[in-house]
Ligand binder design. Structure first.
Ligand code: NAD
Length: 247
């Protein structure tokens, strides 16, 4: 039997990369999925004409994003069982060149939006009886990387927020976990991988000896969303080929 049969999911940042892979595997396992992205063209290219998906063009950091996203899920599916806060952005640069605007914009998308959208979804996740929140952290939720001070701060915050939510929401049967991908081949990582030294560093950092693929992160999201993971909460789940444990 399909692992997510009858489940209703929301995946933000689903137009590309990891979010797209998560939305697809959830639908393949029987879920109906509201896919949210800032890019209408990307949503259309990924999900157009496939009735397992509803689409919503929305900026997760917008003031009205929580009501618009949760409202669309309720309109389309009548409830929410699984929320995947995947939308994220990165800025790279030496610490003393980073700006206030960059700090606010990264924290707005990578952290504040997770807080606000999750809070709006809580009544529906409670009603589900087995609600799931899966946030996108990173290997940078534990480590620091050169020129990634703001991004790393945001991903450390995702860890703290996820743990706090896990504590407060556990009594409602809601689990909250965060994924910690290593270096995954997507549009976000592509510009970094154009630098052969950077690419070789990340390939060697993982004992598995290569970069990861979005499907490999989606497989971990599927586990966390499934009934098998009902006693797993507050956890950072590394999908990094072992990169985090290698000195
Ligand atoms: N690629 C990696 O190596 C890697 C590693 C660790 C963590 N992550 C995290 O995984 C998540 C997905 O990353 P990815 O590599 O698939 O990125 P990506 O850039 O390939 O895709 C991200 C998607 O999110 C959308 N998006 C961006 N800002 C948005 C906003 N404000 N509102 C709505 N949609 C928005 C983009 O349009 C895009 O479709 C991010 O949170 C990222 O930080 C990625």
């Amino acid at each position: 039997m399909a692992k997510l049969s009858g489940k209703r999911a929301v995946v933000t940042g689903a137009g590309n990369g990891i979010g797209l892979a998560i939305a697809r595997v959830f639908a393949d396992e029987g879920a109906r999925v509201l896919t949210v992205d800032v890019s209408a063209a990307d949503l259309d290219a990924a999900f157009g004409g496939d009735e397992r998906f509803a689409t919503l063009v929305e900026d997760v950091a917008a003031d009205d994003a929580p009501s618009s996203i949760v409202g669309a899920a309720i309109d389309q599916f009548g409830g929410i069982d699984i929320l995947v806060n995947n939308a994220g952005i990165v800025v790279a640069g030496p610490f003393d060149t980073l700006t206030d605007e960059q700090f606010d914009s990264i924290m707005g998308v990578n952290v504040r939006a997770i807080f606000r959208i999750s809070r709006e979804a809580v009544p529906h996740l409670k009603a589900s009886g087995a609600g799931r929140i899966i946030n996108l952290g990173s290997i940078m939720s534990d480590l620091a990387g050169p020129a990634l001070a703001i991004y790393g701060t945001s991903k450390h915050a995702v860890a703290g927020l996820s743990k706090g939510m896990a504590v407060d929401l556990g009594s409602y049967g809601i689990t909250v976990n965060y994924l910690q991908p290593g270096s995954i081949v997507t549009k976000m990582s592509e510009p970094f991988m154009d630098d052969p030294e950077f690419k070789a560093y990340w390939e060697a950092k993982a004992p598995i000896g290569r970069l990861g693929q979005p499907d490999e992160v989606a497989a971990a999201a599927l586990f966390l969303a499934s009934a098998e993971a009902q006693f797993v909460s507050g956890v950072g789940f590394n999908v990094d080929g072992g990169a985090i444990v290698q000195f």
